[in-house]
Design a protein around this ligand. Structure first.
Ligand code: NAI
Length: 406
């Protein structure tokens, strides 16, 4: 994680997070452990929970606990325990020392603090949010006038969503399906619902494994992008009849419902890589076919629906963290540099922000990318003064306007 190591070197002595009491709720993986250690090295006190009941790597949590870092997470907790864990991160030692910063992934911690403990919001300098779904919840709050603290949308740093969501899923989707099923992927047919950043990475992950991929979309631009990449674009109701593997990646709800389950092929594998489990109607499946369920191994269940089997991974929760270990460290270093920079910014310059959602300035986004180039042996061109003048950008960047879409 070269970016995080650089930030430790750059800021370690200055302790820009001194006196910050950061409550974090983000998949408790080995990569997150390195983020937590970085925040501590920069001066913060940290308490942590995981944002998904299946995503904790117990060895990562145990390593932190051994160092005396309060972490409340284990793989395979239930929903009550999930809430209990988040609640344990709100007080630092005693009740007089509540959190004063939030680092969230998906918004469950933010919602708990703002809805259940609204009295804390006065002392909180800000929240940095990791993912598309959590950011959506923050913008909803802004529109309703219920966001009492400034927020930084980490997801929409280019070096986050265009890397973690896309290239991360490109590695981790197929990894999860393989670890869960040992299925021969080449020659199979799959459908990916949603062709946003996660869907793009997921579709490519399957394509690289020799899978024939279909895509379902609501947005004509994303649908056209899928066509340009060579994918067949079909409604889910159609694709599900032909697919051996069905993946939801929309951040929306009700993507796989009863009618889709009833139309699947025998032994179809159904999984979700979006943040919440409501993309797949697990409640219907459990209610009607729960009695046929065979637990093949942890996070792999087989249901029998009208003469055929359906294999559901991670109970419909995000599969790459439920059935595998999430994204590789290198890509998470990019995401977590953005998280660290967002925490430093909110903690030190809170008074320059309103209770709105912001993204980090482009020069920091470019800086995060720059920190990861050397490790890959990449060497940049340097603009000459006359070239810089010709395209109208400073020699050292930022190199693109805000309108540029990468
Ligand atoms: P995005 O907004 O870029 O893409 C979602 C796509 O789904 C959009 O193109 C949208 O038009 C499409 N969509 C919405 N409703 C649909 C429907 N009914 N049928 C077909 N397509 C539909 O969002 P992004 O960044 O791709 O994130 C998707 C989800 O994945 C979010 O919940 C996000 O939080 C989560 N996520 C998961 C990660 C993981 O490692 N598992 C990593 C990053 C994000």
């Amino acid at each position: 994680m070269p970016g995080l190591m650089y930030l430790r070197k750059k800021y370690g002595n200055k302790k820009p997070l001194k006196n910050a009491r950061i409550a974090g709720c983000l998949h408790m993986t080995i990569q997150t452990a390195v983020l937590i250690e970085t925040l501590i090295e920069l001066g913060a006190e940290v308490r942590w929970s995981s944002c998904n009941i299946f995503s904790t790597q117990d060895h990562a949590a145990a390593a932190l606990a051994k160092k005396g870092i309060p972490v409340f997470a284990w793989k395979g907790m239930n929903e009550q325990e999930f809430d209990w864990c988040i609640e344990q991160t709100l007080f630092f030692g005693d009740k007089s020392r509540p959190l004063n910063m939030i680092l969230d992934d998906g918004g469950d911690l933010t919602n708990m603090v703002l809805d259940k403990y609204p009295q804390f919001s006065k002392g909180i300098k800000g929240v940095s949010e990791e993912t598309t779904t959590g950011v959506l919840r923050l913008y909803e709050r802004v529109n309703k006038g219920t966001l009492p603290i400034p927020a930084i949308n980490v997801n929409d740093s280019v070096t986050k969503s265009k890397f973690d969501n896309k290239y991360g899923c490109r590695e981790s989707l197929v990894d999860a399906i393989r670890r869960a099923t040992d299925l021969m992927l080449a020659g199979k047919t799959a459908i990916v619902a949603g062709f946003g950043d996660v869907g793009k990475g997921s579709a490519e992950s399957l394509k690289q494994a020799g899978v024939r991929v279909m895509v379902s979309e609501i947005d004509p631009i994303c649908a056209l992008q899928a066509c340009m990449e060579g994918y067949e674009v079909v409604p889910m109701a159609e694709g599900v009849k032909r697919a051996d593997i069905i993946v939801t990646a929309t951040g929306n709800k009700d993507i796989i419902t009863s009618k889709h389950f009833l139309a699947t092929k025998d032994k179809a594998v159904v999984c979700n890589i979006g943040h919440f489990d409501n993309e797949i109607d697990m409640a219907w499946l459990e209610k009607n076919y729960g009695n046929t369920k065979v637990n093949i191994k942890p996070q792999v269940d087989k249901y029998h629906i009208k003469g055929k089997d359906v294999i559901v991974l991670a109970e419909g929760r995000l599969v790459n963290l439920g059935c595998a270990t999430g994204h590789p460290s290198f890509v998470m270093s990019n995401s977590f540099c953005n998280q660290t920079l967002a925490q430093i910014e909110l903690w030190n310059n809170n008074n320059t922000y309103k209770n709105q959602v912001y993204i980090l300035p482009k020069h920091l986004d470019e800086e995060v990318a720059r920190l990861h180039l050397e490790k890959l042996g990449a060497k940049l061109e340097i603009l000459t003064p006359s070239q810089a003048k010709y395209i109208g950008v400073p020699i050292k960047g930022p190199f693109k306007s805000e309108a540029y879409r990468y």
